[in-house]
Unconditional design. Structure first.
Length: 331
């Protein structure tokens, strides 16, 4: 069967000197920073993802100077807009948190992050669906934590997720794929981009991009096809933006099926009708939800290595992230 050494997987694009660096709400790592003096350790974050990444823990409430334990705070809407307040004491942290967040997200940007995992339901860290109060009563759940809002505004291309959403296998795979892609992009920039290197980068990511958004992926292809019209700096900036945006589109069973069929097109000249039928049946079973993605992928990988199909062997799609994370066993 296929081994990692036979394909140009994620490891061949990874450099230990540029680890996958993720910002994280400190309480998710088990740090005792919550308002009640406790933590919210998340086992996926610490035990599964932890061994593969370097964490940059941040607790905005502690870093802004709040004690632990502390009175609970929430977002209150009044004539000034959204305010971060402690209802039991009347303290207002809006100004301090806004100034702190602006400074801190700038520092984090300079550290070079590949993504961020935020704690859900927090008026500071929560990414969405945060309770907003009016006159002491909950008015709606459409708020965003103050620190999270600053992070999104300052780093619009940064992959950001809440720990709760990472329980969904599809969102989990999508997030991890995005952070690895971003890490490779950062590494490519650090090593110095040239047009040739950009083309190599794009070629290796073609099927990954295709699995997220076929039309956005074709737009990227066209951008590179007409690259002589664009000055270097503008080309690299445009590619970076479109690359990250394409990866934001959700991978679906249908999109994966299209990629698998596309890969099959590069293999069929080497296969007899029985082998072809076996792969096509497996792809169809995957399309119908009868098999996980790992099954047709393994079959395709075996054959592309067997027949040395270099275009497919160079595609990160077949080994985009550590297999130990078992992301493709569930979708
Ligand atoms: S949710 Fe954010 S602010 Fe609250 S304890 Fe965790 S890291 Fe600190």
């Amino acid at each position: 069967m296929t081994s990692d050494s036979e394909t140009e997987g994620w490891r061949s694009w990874h450099d230990a000197s540029e680890p996958i660096r993720l910002g994280v709400s400190s309480c998710l790592l088990g740090e005792l920073v919550r308002f009640d003096g406790g933590h919210q350790r998340d086992r996926f974050v610490t035990d599964v993802l932890g061994p593969w990444v370097e964490w940059v823990p941040v607790c905005p409430e502690v870093e802004v100077g709040m004690p632990t334990p502390r009175p609970t705070i929430h977002i209150e809407e009044d004539e000034r807009g959204e305010q971060l307040v402690a209802p039991s004491t009347g303290e207002n942290f809006t100004e301090a948190m806004t100034a702190y967040s602006k400074r801190r997200v700038g520092e984090l940007e300079a550290e070079g992050l590949d993504g961020y995992v935020l704690k859900k339901n927090s008026p500071s860290c929560g990414l969405s669906r945060i309770s907003v109060y009016k006159n002491g009563k909950r008015a709606h759940r459409g708020g965003v934590g103050l620190f999270a809002a600053s992070l999104i505004a300052n780093s619009p291309l940064l992959p950001i997720e809440e720990e709760g959403r990472l329980n969904d296998p599809g969102l989990r795979e999508s997030f991890i794929e995005q952070i690895l892609c971003r890490n490779r992009w950062r590494l490519a920039v650090k090593r110095g981009l040239t047009r040739k290197r950009l083309l190599d980068f794009h070629t290796a990511h073609k099927l990954i991009l295709f699995s997220h958004n076929e039309s956005a992926s074709r737009r990227l292809g066209r951008l590179l096809g007409e690259m002589s019209k664009t000055p270097d700096e503008a080309l690299f900036a445009r590619y970076e933006l479109d690359f990250h945006m394409c990866l934001r589109s959700k991978m679906t069973r249908k999109r994966h099926t299209n990629v698998l069929q596309h890969a099959m097109g590069h293999l069929k000249q080497f296969l007899d009708s029985k082998a072809k039928q076996e792969i096509l049946t497996t792809i169809e079973d995957f399309r119908q939800g009868l098999l996980p993605l790992i099954v047709p992928l393994t079959l395709l990988k075996f054959n592309m290595n067997q027949y040395s199909v270099d275009y497919l062997r160079g595609q990160l799609y077949f080994d985009p992230h550590p297999k130990e994370l078992m992301l493709r066993n569930h979708c």
